[in-house]
Design a protein around this ligand. Structure first.
Ligand code: F6R
Length: 643
C-alpha cells in the first residue's frame, strides 16, 4: 500500500458515516471563507466579528496573496487581539481567504494553537471546527513519515495530512474528499492552496457550514452571520458533503464524489439585525427585542382569531390527534422554555407531556412508540446533545418537531417538521429573546393541538389567541421597570448568592433567573419550586439573603397564590430580603416583600414571558455593575456542539 493509502485507511472506521463513535462529537468555533474581489481581510474580519459568539479565545486568518503565497495572522485572546496584530503586522492583500475564531479543546488558547494551520510546506492553510477523534493515530503516522508539529491541536494534524495527500493527488477537492473519509469525529474544514488561488475547498461532518452566494464572489460560514452583510442568498451544506467555491461557481459533492444539488434560500434578516445598533451590549439590545421576538413568532400563526401553525397543518391532523405522549428535549435555557411549554401543552391538549434534558434522554432507554411526539427546542439548531436526542427519537420511531431559531440548521433538517421562532439573530452568548420566542412557539403548538383535538372550546381558544397577541405590548411595559431593576442590581453587586422561587409556570422562570445570574455575574444562584422550600432549601435563608419570588397570578389558582404568599412570609421571618415579581394589583404581597416588580395582567399561563424579563435585566445589570463582559461570559460559547 502506498503512502496515500496508508494514511487514508483505518481498520477501525472506514467512513465517518458508519463510524461507531459518530455520536461523541464536536465543539464550537466560527468559520468564514471568501473568494471574490472585495477587500478579503475586511470581509473575513467582519465575518469573524459577527461569529465571535461561537468562540473567543483566539482567532486567525490566512490570505492567498496577490504574490501567490499564503500569509497568516493569528493571536490568542478575543478578536480585538487579532485586530491589533494586523495593525502592527499587516497581512498582504488577496482575493481568497479563510478566518477562524476558536473555542479551545485540544491544546490551550495560544498563538501557536490558533487556526489556521499550515500544510504542504506552507502552501496550504486549513481551519477547523470540531474534534478529530482519531488525530493521535494519524499524527503518529505523520510523525513516522518525518513531519513535525509545533501545535498540539488535532487541526494541525488535519492540515499536514491534507498537505501530504494533496502532494500525492494534486487536486485539492480530491485530497479533501480522501482525507475526510479517513477522519473520525466532528469537523467542518476549510482549506486553501497556493496552486489554486481562487478556490476554497470545505467539508462538513457533524458541524455546521453554510454557503453565501454572491455575484462574482462566494462565501462560507459556520452561520449566515458570517456573510449576511454582503448577500441574503444562502445554501445549507448537508451532512458528509464537500464544497468547492470559486468566485463564479459552487460545487457540492458527497464524500464519495457524487454531485449534490444545492438548495438555495433567502436569509430572513439583514446585517443590521446582528449589529449592536448603538446599545452598550448585544445583551442589552436583545433584551429590548423581547417584544419583537414574541410578536414575530406569533405573526402569521393566528388566522381568523384562532391559532393555526402552518408547519403543523402540513404534518397532518391525523398524526397530531394520534399522539399519546409528548417528550420535550432541550438543554439549559431551552429546557426551561420546555418546562413552561409542558404545563401549557398538557393543560390545553390533554396529552401527557414531560421534559427531558437532551443529554439524559437517550441514555435512559426511554419508552418510545410511533404515537410519541418528541419536540426538540434549540435556538442554534446545532446543539449536539439535542441533535443526538432527535436522531435517537427518530430511530426509535417517534415523530419529531423542532422549535428552532436558526434557518437551515441541522436539528430542523433532522426533524419531521420545524416551527421556527422568529427572534432574529441572538448574538449575546446567554439566551434572552430566543427564550421568550421558544415559550411562545410552544404555546402556539399547544393551542394548535388543542384546537385539532377539540380539547379546549373555541371561545377559550379565541380568548387565548387574543391574549397571546397582546403579549408583546405588555413585554414592552415590563421593560420600563429596567431602571428600578438596575438600581437593585447595583445595590446587590457584592452579594455572594441569590435565590429564586417560583411555582407552576413560575418554577422554570426561577430556574432561568438563577441560570442567567450564574452565567453572567458568576454568582452562586439557585432556583427552587416554592413548594420545595420546607423540604430543605429554607436552611439557606439567613439574614439579608436576597430571594426573588415569582408570584403566581391570584386569578389563576388562588390556592397556589396564597401558598406562595405564605412562603414569602416564611422566608421573610428568617431574614430574607424578598424581591417579588407580581402582577399589577396583587395587594397580598405588598406587606411582605421588600421590593415589588409589577408585571401587567395576562393569562396566568402566559406570565413566564413577562416575569422572566426583569430577571434577565437583573442578571445583566449585576454583571455590568461587577464590570463583567455580559456578551461573552467566561468559559461559554453560544453554540454547544459538544456532547
Ligand atoms: C443559557 C443558554 C444555554 C442554551 C443551551 C441550549 O443562557 O443560552 O443554556 O439555552 O446551551 O442551546 P440551544 O438553544 O442553541 O440548543
Amino acid at each position: 500500500m502506498g503512502v496515500v493509502g496508508s494514511l487514508l485507511t483505518s481498520p477501525f472506521c472506514p467512513k465517518p458515516a458508519h463510524c461507531p463513535t459518530w455520536t461523541k462529537l464536536g465543539y464550537m468555533c466560527g468559520i468564514v471563507g471568501y473568494v471574490g474581489k472585495k477587500d478579503t481581510i475586511a470581509v473575513l474580519m467582519g465575518g469573524l466579528k459577527r461569529q465571535e459568539y461561537r468562540g473567543y479565545d483566539s482567532a486567525g486568518i490566512a490570505i492567498l496573496t496577490e504574490q501567490g503565497t499564503i500569509e497568516t495572522a493569528k493571536k490568542a485572546g478575543k478578536l480585538q487581539a487579532l485586530v491589533d496584530l494586523l495593525q502592527t503586522s499587516p497581512v498582504s492583500p488577496g482575493h481568497t481567504g479563510i478566518g477562524h475564531t476558536r473555542w479551545a479543546t485540544h491544546g490551550g488558547p495560544t498563538d501557536v494553537n490558533a487556526h489556521p494551520h499550515l500544510g504542504d510546506g506552507g502552501k496550504l492553510a486549513l481551519i477547523h471546527n470540531g474534534i478529530i477523534e482519531n488525530f493521535a493515530e494519524i499524527k503518529a503516522e505523520l510523525l513516522a513519515k518525518g513531519y513535525e508539529f509545533e501545535s498540539e491541536t488535532d487541526t494541525a494534524v488535519a492540515a499536514v495530512m491534507l498537505g501530504d495527500v494533496y502532494a500525492q493527488v494534486g487536486d485539492l477537492r480530491e485530497a479533501m474528499r480522501l482525507v475526510v473519509n479517513r477522519l473520525e469525529g466532528a469537523f467542518t474544514l476549510l482549506a486553501v492552496h497556493t496552486d489554486a488561488p481562487h478556490l476554497i475547498v470545505a467539508a462538513r461532518h457533524n458541524s455546521p457550514l453554510v454557503i453565501g452566494l454572491g455575484e462574482g464572489e462566494n462565501f462560507l460560514g459556520s452561520d449566515v452571520a458570517a456573510f449576511v452583510e454582503y448577500t441574503q442568498r444562502a445554501a445549507a451544506v448537508g451532512q458528509n458533503q464537500v464544497v468547492a467555491i470559486t468566485p463564479d461557481a459552487v460545487e457540492v459533492t458527497d464524500f464519495d464524489g457524487n454531485p449534490v444539488a444545492i438548495e438555495e434560500y433567502e436569509i430572513a434578516w439583514d446585517a443590521s439585525a446582528s449589529d449592536k445598533g448603538g446599545w452598550s451590549s448585544f445583551m442589552a439590545k436583545e433584551i429590548t427585542e423581547n417584544p419583537d421576538a414574541v410578536a414575530n413568532t406569533v405573526r402569521g400563526r393566528v388566522v381568523d382569531g384562532l391559532v393555526e401553525v402552518p408547519e403543523l397543518t402540513e404534518l397532518g391532523d391525523d398524526i397530531l390527534n394520534g399522539i399519546s405522549r409528548i417528550i420535550l428535549v432541550a438543554c439549559g435555557t431551552a429546557s426551561y422554555a420546555g418546562m413552561v411549554g409542558a404545563y401549557a401543552i398538557e393543560q390545553w391538549a390533554r396529552i401527557p407531556v414531560e421534559v427531558q434534558l437532551s443529554h439524559e434522554f437517550r441514555y435512559r432507554d426511554p419508552v418510545i412508540t410511533p404515537e410519541t411526539l418528541v419536540i426538540s427546542i434549540s435556538q442554534s439548531g446545532e446543539t449536539m446533545d439535542t441533535l443526538m436526542a432527535v436522531k435517537y427519537a427518530r430511530e426509535q420511531g417517534a415523530r419529531t418537531i423542532s422549535v428552532c431559531n436558526t434557518q437551515g440548521a441541522t436539528i430542523p433538517r433532522e426533524s419531521d417538521a420545524v416551527v421556527y421562532t422568529h427572534a432574529g439573530p441572538e448574538v449575546a452568548v446567554a439566551s434572552t429573546k430566543a427564550f421568550v420566542a421558544q415559550i411562545t412557539a410552544l404555546y402556539l403548538i399547544g393551542l394548535h393541538i388543542a384546537r385539532s383535538k377539540k380539547t379546549v372550546d373555541e371561545k377559550e381558544l379565541r380568548r387565548l389567541a387574543t391574549d397571546l397577541q397582546a403579549l408583546p405590548a405588555k413585554v414592552t411595559k415590563v421593560l420600563e421597570t429596567g431602571e428600578k431593576i438596575a438600581q437593585l442590581a447595583k445595590w446587590m453587586s457584592d452579594t455572594p448568592s441569590v435565590l429564586f422561587l417560583g411555582r407552576h409556570v413560575g418554577y422554570p422562570i426561577a430556574l432561568e433567573g438563577a441560570l442567567k445570574l450564574k452565567e453572567l455575574a458568576y454568582i452562586h444562584a439557585e432556583g427552587f419550586a416554592a413548594g420545595e422550600l420546607k423540604h430543605g432549601p429554607i436552611a439557606l435563608i439567613d439574614h439579608g439573603q436576597p430571594v426573588f419570588v415569582i408570584v403566581p397570578s391570584p386569578r389563576g389558582s388562588a390556592l397556589i397564590h396564597s401558598k406562595v404568599v405564605s412562603n414569602i412570609q416564611e422566608i421573610r421571618a428568617r431574614g430574607a430580603r424578598v424581591i417579588a415579581i407580581a402582577e399589577q394589583g396583587d395587594a397580598a404581597v405588598l406587606p411582605y416583600a421588600d421590593e415589588v416588580i409589577q408585571i401587567p395582567l395576562a393569562d396566568p399561563m402566559f406570565e413566564p414571558i413577562l416575569a422572566v424579563v426583569p430577571l434577565q435585566i437583573f442578571a445583566m445589570e449585576l454583571a455590568d455593575a461587577k464590570g463583567l463582559d455580559v456578551d461573552q461570559p467566561r468559559n461559554l460559547a453560544k453554540s454547544v456542539t459538544v456532547e
